[in-house]
Design a binder for this molecule. Structure first.
Ligand SMILES: NC(=O)c1ccc[n+]([C@@H]2O[C@H](COP(=O)([O-])OP(=O)(O)OC[C@H]3O[C@@H](n4cnc5c(N)ncnc54)[C@H](OP(=O)(O)O)[C@@H]3O)[C@@H](O)[C@H]2O)c1
Length: 356
C-alpha cells in the first residue's frame, strides 16, 4: 500500500493539474454562462424576507442597507438593540418594506429559535439568512492568561453560525432560500495573533461545505471569504456578553483601515441574490491556496520575514496599541472553564478585537 501511495504521490498531482488546465476553458465558459443567466434572472428580492445576524455594526449593518435597497423585509439581530434602532431607520429610508429588530445572542439556541419563530410568525417565511457575527482577537496564544476566553471565541465565531442556520433550515427549505456566511481568507492564509479566530473560520467553512452536500439544491449556501475590510470598531463592538465590556471604552473607539465595507456589502448581496456559491474579496487571495498546498514553506518563510519584527513586540497590531500585559512564567493559564459566560479573569481584554 505504501508503494502504491508513493507512486500516486508523484503521479496524481501533476496529472490532475494538467487535467484541470485542459478543463479550465470549458469550466470558465460554463461558469460565465451561469453567472450571466443568474445576473439577469437571479432572485428578485422585493418582498422577500432576510434575517441578518450581527447587524448592529460593520459588514452586517452595510449588508442590511444593500438588502434594503432591494426592497426586502428585514429582521436585524444583534445583542445591542440600541444600535439596531438607528440602522432600522436608515434601512427604511433606503427602501426596506418592513424592518424588525430583535436583541438576541446567537450563541444561545433558544434565542435563535425565538427570533426565527418571530420572523415566521410576522412575515410567514424566511428567504435569506445572513450570518455576520464574529469576535476577533490579536493576542499570541501564549499571551493569554485566562483560557475562559477560548470557548467564547469559538462560540461566537463557530456556534454563532451553526445555531441560527440549524433553526432556520426547515423554513429555508420551504422557500428554497439561502444561507450567506461570512468566513475569511484566514481559512487558508492564517496570520499570527489570530489562531483561535482562524480555527473557528476554518471550522465554519468546512461546516457549510458539508452542509451543502446535505441540503443539495433545496437551500443555497454562499460562502464569503474576504480579507481585511475597514470597519469601525466603536460603541461596544468588543463586548463578549451584554454588559461585559472586553475593552476599556477608549480602546473601542478605533477605526481600522482596509477595503471598503460598503463595496464588500454590495458584492456579497449581489452574489447571494445571483446564487453564487462563493464571494471572494479580493479574488487574487485565492492564489495563496495553491501555495498552501504545493509550497507551504514559501508562505512560512514569507510570513516569518514579514513578522520578524512584530514577533518581539508587545502591543496589538490594531487598536490603540496599548502595551500588552507581560506574562510571567508563574502566570500559567487557568484550566478552561466550561462556562464561557464567566468573565473578568486576567486576560488582556484590550487584545480581543473583532477584526482581521
Ligand atoms: N472586517 C474585516 O476585516 C473582516 C475580514 C474577514 C472576515 N470578516 C468577517 O465578516 C463578518 C463581519 O465582520 P465585521 O468586521 O463587520 O464584524 P463586527 O463589526 O465586529 O460585527 C460583529 C457583529 O456581530 C454581533 N455579535 C457578536 N457576538 C454576537 C452574539 N453572541 N449574538 C449576536 N450578535 C453578536 C455584533 O453585535 P452586538 O455586539 O451588538 O451583539 C456585531 O454586530 C465576521 O464574520 C468577520 O469574521 C471580517
Amino acid at each position: 500500500m505504501e508503494l502504491v501511495n508513493s507512486v500516486l504521490n508523484f503521479v496524481v498531482p501533476p496529472a490532475s493539474l494538467v487535467m484541470l488546465a485542459c478543463a479550465w476553458p470549458a469550466l470558465t465558459f460554463i461558469n460565465t454562462c451561469e453567472w450571466l443567466y443568474n445576473t439577469f434572472f437571479g432572485d428578485d428580492m422585493e418582498d422577500k424576507v432576510v434575517i441578518i445576524t450581527g447587524a448592529s455594526s460593520g459588514i452586517g449593518e452595510q449588508i442590511a442597507y444593500e438588502y434594503a435597497k432591494r426592497r426586502t423585509n428585514l429582521v436585524l439581530v444583534a445583542r445591542r438593540e440600541n444600535r439596531l434602532w438607528g440602522i432600522r431607520e436608515k434601512a427604511r429610508q433606503l427602501g426596506a418594506k418592513n424592518v424588525l429588530i430583535t436583541a438576541a445572542d446567537v450563541v444561545k439556541e433558544d434565542d435563535c429559535r425565538r427570533f426565527i419563530t418571530e420572523t415566521v410568525n410576522f412575515y410567514g417565511r424566511v428567504d435569506h439568512l445572513v450570518n455576520t457575527v464574529s469576535l476577533g482577537h490579536t493576542f499570541y496564544l501564549e499571551e493569554a492568561t485566562d483560557t475562559n476566553v477560548f470557548p467564547i471565541l469559538m462560540d461566537i465565531n463557530f456556534w454563532g453560525n451553526v445555531y441560527p442556520t440549524y433553526v432556520a433550515l426547515p423554513y429555508l427549505r420551504q422557500t428554497r432560500g439561502r444561507v450567506i456566511v461570512n468566513a475569511s481568507v484566514e481559512n487558508w492564509l492564517p496570520l499570527p495573533r489570530m489562531s483561535l479566530y482562524s480555527a473557528a473560520k476554518a471550522a465554519v467553512i468546512n461546516f457549510y461545505e458539508t452542509l451543502k452536500l446535505e441540503v443539495k439544491d433545496d437551500v443555497g449556501i454562499t460562502i464569503a471569504t474576504h480579507g481585511w475590510i475597514g470597519t469601525e470598531i466603536t460603541r461596544g463592538k468588543l463586548m463578549m456578553d451584554e454588559g461585559a465590556d472586553m475593552q476599556w471604552k477608549e480602546e473601542r473607539e478605533v477605526r481600522a483601515s482596509g477595503s471598503s465595507v460598503e463595496e464588500f456589502a454590495k458584492l456579497i448581496v449581489a452574489g447571494a441574490c445571483r446564487g453564487d456559491p462563493y464571494v471572494k474579496y479580493p479574488g487574487w487571495y485565492d492564489i495563496f491556496l495553491l501555495y498552501r498546498v504545493f509550497a507551504p514553506n514559501v508562505l512560512q518563510w514569507t510570513f516569518r520575514m514579514l513578522f520578524a519584527h512584530q514577533g518581539a513586540r508587545r502591543t496589538s497590531f490594531i487598536g490603540t496599541a496599548r502595551p500588552l500585559r507581560e506574562t510571567s512564567p508563574s502566570s500559567s493559564p487557568s484550566p478552561a472553564s466550561s462556562s464561557p459566560q464567566r468573565l473578568g479573569g486576567p486576560i488582556v481584554m484590550q487584545d480581543l478585537q473583532r477584526l482581521e
